[in-house]
Design a protein around this ligand. Structure first.
Ligand code: SF4
Ligand code: FES
Length: 250
């Protein structure tokens, strides 16, 4: 099939970006979206033009780095699918495709489709760890965890830190990401010793990074490739209120 691509080109954080249009013939429906961009880049390089910069690592929906808006939707039109898992069979011959980087003040554009998501790393560094000495690896099932909590903690732990929730939110809120990380620990006994300091410090860092407040529109959940539920945001709010009322750090 033949596609017309409108791609955001921006040399660096300081320069102004703009959409540039490229015609790409012979796109196979079996290509992934990133393979299609690889083909475009080979063509651009052969024409002595600058290839399009985009992030990617695993190309199997795990690393969370292939962040881009495709026709206005974070990671494209498929539910619970990263851009690297999206296939060109979703598009038709003659389609126009608009490809942009995440738009959020806390994620400055570095080049073309690549944004700086280190704000997420700093939020993780503020509290998403267990620092108590837990000793040697325990025998399986020696720490009793209710089945429902184990399942909910596992669901929260599937967040891949891609930032689609931020990109989809009209307030560029990071609440779904932070709530997944807080929930993952709050639901397990291993996370209990630092439960209050964790939520207070991670929320403080989230605010410091300039993410907006929750817009309550659930766009984050709709855009999330890992299917993280907004129920985690409700848990984050409960954890935060409890910690604010009872922690010496608050
Ligand atoms: S909550 Fe979902 S959309 Fe947000 S960073 Fe995690 S995986 Fe990505
Ligand atoms: S490249 Fe790793 S999730 Fe897409």
């Amino acid at each position: 099939m033949k596609l017309t691509l409108h791609i955001w080109r921006q040399s660096n954080t300081e320069t102004k970006g703009e959409f540039k249009t490229y015609e790409l013939p012979d796109v196979s429906e079996h290509m992934s979206f990133l393979e299609m961009l690889d083909v475009l880049n080979e063509k651009l390089i052969s024409q002595n033009e600058e290839p399009v910069a985009f992030d990617h690592d695993c190309r199997e929906g795990i690393c969370g780095s292939c962040s881009m808006m495709i026709n206005g939707q974070a990671h494209g039109p498929d539910l619970e699918t990263t851009a690297c898992q999206l296939h060109m069979r979703k598009f038709k011959d003659g389609d126009e495709v608009w490809i942009e980087p995440w738009r959020a003040d806390a994620f400055p554009v570095l080049k073309d489709l690549v944004v700086d998501r280190s704000a997420f790393d700093r939020i993780m560094q503020a509290g998403a760890f267990v620092s108590v000495n837990t000793g040697n690896a325990p025998d399986a099932n020696s720490t009793i965890v209710p089945k429902m909590n184990a399942d909910l903690a596992f669901d929260a732990a599937t967040c891949i830190g891609c930032g689609a929730c931020v990109a989809a939110c009209k307030n560029a809120s990071a609440m779904l990401f932070v709530s997944a990380k807080v929930s993952q620990y709050a639901l397990l006994p291993q996370g209990d010793p630092e439960r209050k300091t964790r939520v207070l410090r991670m929320v403080a860092q989230m605010d410091k990074e300039g993410f907006g407040g929750c817009s309550n529109t659930n766009e984050c959940e709709a855009a999330c490739p890992a299917g993280i539920s907004v129920n985690n945001i409700a848990r984050l709010n409960r954890e935060y209120v409890k910690a604010t009322l009872t922690s010496r750090e608050s």
